[in-house]
Design a protein around this ligand. Sequence first.
Ligand code: SF4
Length: 103
Amino acid sequence: MTVQQDAPNGGDAQDLEVWIDQDLCTGDGICVQYAPEVFELDIDGLAYVKSSDDELLQDPGATTPVPLPLLQDVVDSAKECPGDCIHVRRVSDSVEVYGPEAA
Ligand code: SF4
């Protein structure tokens, strides 16, 4: 998996969102260790994203905004995810910037 090392333009308020492909999630919980504010394991043993008000979004492939202070933790989760199933993309054009489909 190739992950861009350069952070997105820090001074630019570039809005990012993250989603998980539950079909590939192994349920190991690495993402939850990195960013418990963003990821949580549901009772089905798979990881899901949480909304900004801490609500678990149980729809497969649901997206949630990535708070800038948590960006590095979310990027590290995507790098370490054994399922290669954490996708971080720009809100503006849905281009993946971190994750298995990032350029
Ligand atoms: S790190 Fe990836 S495979 Fe592991 S629980 Fe999180 S989303 Fe699933």
